[in-house]
Design a protein around this ligand. Structure first.
Ligand SMILES: [Zn+2]
Length: 110
């Protein structure tokens, strides 16, 4: 996947996906970065991501970006950029990235 494909995929990526329990069928809303979930009804553990030495899913790329952003070197600058982006989105809500699915975007009260 090249960078442009990655960016387009990220913009369309939902924050949550629905999974059904393999035993009882109960539907679960699970964050895409979660590695699994436990069924609330029958307590069975379900894996939602593949584990490997080198990840091949978009979630693995997001994990790498988050790990990079959390590194001590540059961490403060990342926080400043995130704060600036939040301020810009507050001032110009029309400039929000197109991907607004999932729970996080709905927490804004306007
Ligand atoms: Zn279940």
């Amino acid at each position: 996947m090249n960078y442009l494909d990655f960016i387009e995929t990220m913009r369309a990526l939902p924050h949550f996906r629905e999974f059904g329990c393999v035993k009882c069928g109960t539907r679960h809303r699970v964050h895409i970065l979660a590695w699994g979930f436990d069924c609330v009804k029958c307590k069975i553990r379900h894996k939602t991501r593949r584990e490997g030495s080198i990840g091949t899913e978009i979630q693995d790329a997001i994990d790498a970006v988050l790990a990079w952003a959390e590194k001590e070197e540059g961490k403060d600058e990342v926080q400043r950029i995130l704060a600036w982006r939040a301020k810009m989105n507050e001032e110009e809500p029309d400039e929000d990235p197109p991907a607004r699915g999932g729970g996080a975007a709905q927490s804004r009260s306007r």
